[in-house]
Design a protein around this ligand. Structure first.
Ligand SMILES: Cc1cc2nc3c(=O)[nH]c(=O)nc-3n(C[C@H](O)[C@H](O)[C@H](O)COP(=O)(O)O)c2cc1C
Length: 369
């Protein structure tokens, strides 16, 4: 019992010394319910409570008004938004924590109601056949507008501007959201990308936008403070459908990421059962650990035991926990003392205010209460 659990061992990520390998996965909580989509004191309190994570990755934060697809998600494109995020980074730093912001463009996972009646943007004119959470409730998604070359360049600049704002707001780094069926993922996948220009057709072309985004962000911040998130075997959710080209595309992307000195690569195991799909990869860490040379953080449905195990097996360097961090603000302390975990309440994942957000007690508060 004297041996420190793998999850609780410190880790160096770029030039950052992180106190453990229990990271908080990015989670949209839809609490920025104001006209400018700014975070405020409840966000600072929420992230402060979770500052014992080795690294917090913030909720997805839109990089432009065109990047939004859900109500009340915070932005990182305006001066006012940047200023507002400072209270969050300060709170986390006061508690000795570290925090990256997740830079987000949803692409076609949106609705014209968010864009003054204009169509959402995507790699091609496709419909994810999904639902968008609009101010008037859930609505069916529509066929997106294929982005012009100019719109692609603007979007790359929006990522860069988001990164610049993030560093000025005091974040320790950024995570590029190229996962979960959102804009960059829509470019990668040939079921959602039918382009015939430099951004479509071949694997190299479909992956191009991600590397252009990284190259642009590198101009405003150190490369070793940039993380990238990928979900290679996402199938049947968030409008994403795999085909035989999908895994070869991710093989290419992950190999090419070795050419960068990134903070980390953040991978998810499949969100759905893909064991029957012959072209899917059911074991993401096993496939990509031997390929990726840098820090690898793995996610999805991990618990303490599985988290310790995957690090001990050498298949990941850290584990990102999502839902367990919603209901257990002190997750690393609970792991340290093998304390029971509190259950999360799904009904308050995306509702405004403090209920189901900042009112989950820490262990010591539970004992007192
Ligand atoms: C409420 C909620 C919001 C989420 N929002 C995001 C997000 O903004 N960005 C993202 O990349 N993933 C998001 N995810 C996915 C999580 O980061 C994570 O991949 C998922 O919850 C699986 O990990 P877990 O089993 O540890 O919860 C969200 C998940 C939940 C439950």
């Amino acid at each position: 019992m004297s041996k420190t659990q793998a999850l609780l061992q410190p880790i160096e990520v770029g030039d950052l010394a992180l106190k453990n390998r229990v990271w908080m996965a990015p989670m949209t909580r839809s609490r920025a319910n104001n006209a400018e989509n700014k975070v405020f004191d409840i966000h600072a309190n929420y992230y402060r409570q979770r500052a014992s994570a080795g690294l917090i990755i913030s909720e997805g934060s839109q990089i432009s008004p065109r990047a939004v697809g859900y109500i009340n998600t915070p932005g990182i494109y305006s001066e006012a938004q940047k200023e507002a995020w400072k209270q969050v980074t300060q709170a986390v730093h006061e508690e000795g924590g570290k925090i990256f912001i997740q830079l987000w463009h949803v692409g076609r996972m949106s609705h014209p109601d968010f864009h003054g009646g204009k169509l959402p943007l995507s790699a091609s004119a496709t419909n994810p056949n999904s639902k968008s959470f609009t101010p008037e409730g859930f609505k069916e998604t529509v066929k997106a507008k294929e982005m012009s070359l100019e719109e692609i360049q603007e979007t790359i600049q929006d990522f860069k501007n988001g990164a610049k704002n993030a560093m000025e707001a005091g974040f320790d780094g950024v995570e590029i959201h190229s996962s979960n069926g959102y804009l960059l993922h829509q470019f990668f996948n040939s079921t959602s990308n039918h382009r015939t220009d430099a951004y479509g057709g071949t694997i190299e072309n479909r992956a191009r936008i991600l590397f252009e985004v990284i190259d642009a962000i590198k101009e405003v911040m150190p490369e070793n403070r940039i993380g990238v998130r990928l979900n290679p075997s996402l199938h049947g959710v968030f409008g994403m459908t795999m085909n035989e080209e999908t895994i070869p595309t991710f093989d290419y992307i992950i190999n090419k990421l070795n050419g960068y000195n990134l903070a980390y690569l953040h991978l998810s195991e499949p969100f759905t059962d893909v064991s029957k799909l012959e072209f899917a990869e059911p074991n993401i860490a096993k496939r990509y650990r031997p390929i990726y040379k840098g820090t690898l953080v793995i996610n999805s449905a991990f618990d303490q035991e599985k988290g310790n195990q995957i690090i001990e097996e050498g298949l990941a360097d850290a584990v990102a926990f999502g839902k367990p961090f919603i209901s257990n603000p002190d997750l690393p302390e609970r792991f340290a003392s093998h304390a029971p975990l509190a259950d999360w309440d799904q009904d308050t994942f995306y509702t405004p205010g403090e209920k189901g957000y900042t009112d989950y007690p820490k262990l010591e508060q539970e004992k007192v209460g």
